[in-house]
Design a protein around this ligand. Structure first.
Ligand SMILES: NC(=O)c1ccc[n+]([C@@H]2O[C@H](COP(=O)([O-])OP(=O)(O)OC[C@H]3O[C@@H](n4cnc5c(N)ncnc54)[C@H](O)[C@@H]3O)[C@@H](O)[C@H]2O)c1
Length: 334
């Protein structure tokens, strides 16, 4: 699809995470990535990013993405902004002939997900999501084991994620509905929903959820149950009122059980007697979504690790969950 030797890259959103991507480009791809523009309405954020480039005069700095696209004509952009802006920034970047790596959640509605997928297809450009679990060993290992039929047919999934998000994000855009478009379900929870669907290949059919906003504008606690096509059941807990981060995913199949504990260790069971932790030697190496995105643009890899269809699947489920929490009834996943 692309065969770029050098990638002229624009960064839209120079906050904590955008600067993390920039650091990776500067330290790992000095010969491959040429950062041509930085855009952020915050002077402090864009200047902090520009300082990281050694105040390189070849790197142009802007208060918004439109002049960046027009004046620097990048080959690709990284979008790392509050969630409400993702859709328009993806569409504008594709229209400006750019490949796009966008942070999660890709967009904030099913309608927008369909629109950006169609736009990327029409433009013939790569659109990838920075869902980092897709390029991390434990999740790749688990997905492959499931795809190879090693645990049989999936009957049940249980997973939870906790984070000190309610307290740590007070007053930030993440707890403003107009900017985050949801709460923790749309933030760190987006990773959990995505990775379970990606690893299992299950397609949610119906969802029932309770949510508690804990006196904020957005969801803080989510308890949700899902029935997938074919009958498998899933429980997700997204707990943003916690003192610590912890994540756990257990997947039960007809011939085996597989679990990812603390976001890293993989455990497997064939029976009550035959079980244990999978040796680290068997787990593939981890890398960043950027590494895959760059390899695809350089023609070294053909598949995007997290294609936009994953963003659509997450949004389908998220919308059913928010609808169910509001209606008090089980809702169909559209
Ligand atoms: N994949 C991950 O593990 C991971 C981790 C952290 C954040 N993220 C995602 O990265 C994105 C940014 O999060 P963050 O932690 O950097 O937040 P942040 O608050 O640190 O930074 C956001 C930046 O976007 C800027 N901004 C606001 N409106 C903008 C606009 N219209 N155009 C350009 N820039 C704009 C802000 O001024 C700020 O500098 C979010 O989508 C978030 O969910 C992903």
């Amino acid at each position: 699809m692309a065969n770029l030797e050098v990638i002229r890259m624009g960064i839209i959103g120079c906050g904590g995470n955008g600067r993390g991507h920039l650091h990776h480009y500067l330290t790992h791809y000095p010969e491959v990535i040429r950062v041509v523009g930085l855009a952020d309405p915050s002077k402090a954020a864009r200047e902090a990013a520009w300082e990281m480039t050694g105040k390189d005069p070849a790197v142009k700095v802007f208060a918004s993405h439109e002049p960046l696209l027009k004046r620097t004509k990048p080959d690709a952009v990284l979008i790392s902004t509050p969630h409400v802006y993702h859709t328009q920034q993806i569409l504008d970047s594709l229209a400006a002939d750019c490949h796009v790596l966008v942070e999660k959640p890709m967009v904030c509605s099913v309608q927008d997900a369909k629109a950006v997928i169609a736009a990327a297809k029409a433009a013939g450009k790569v659109l990838a999501i920075s869902y980092n679990r897709h390029t991390q060993g434990p999740y790749i290992y688990t997905r492959k084991a499931i795809q190879a039929g090693e645990i049989g047919e999936i009957v049940f999934v249980s997973c939870w994620q906790s984070q000190n998000w309610w307290a740590s994000q007070k007053g930030t855009w993440r707890q403003k509905m107009a900017l985050c478009c949801g709460g923790q379900l749309n933030d760190s929870g987006s990773h959990l929903l995505d990775i379970v669907l990606w690893m299992t290949g299950l397609e949610p059919e119906t969802a029932f959820a309770f949510q508690d906003n804990c006196e904020t504008e957005v969801d803080i606690l989510t308890a949700m149950s899902v029935r997938a096509k074919g009958g498998a059941l899933m429980n997700f807990s997204v707990v943003a009122k916690s003192v610590n981060f912890v994540e756990d995913i257990t997947i039960w199949g007809t011939t085996g059980t597989i679990a990812i504990r603390h976001g890293g260790e993989v455990w497997r069971w064939k029976s009550d007697r035959d079980w244990g932790k999978v040796s680290k030697r068997k787990i593939p190496p981890s890398r960043r979504p950027d590494d895959n995105f760059i390899a695809v643009l350089r023609g070294e890899e053909t598949e995007v690790a997290a294609p936009p269809e994953c963003g659509l699947a997450v949004m389908r489920l998220s919308e059913a969950v928010w609808k169910s929490a509001a209606s008090g009834k089980a809702e169909k996943v559209q």
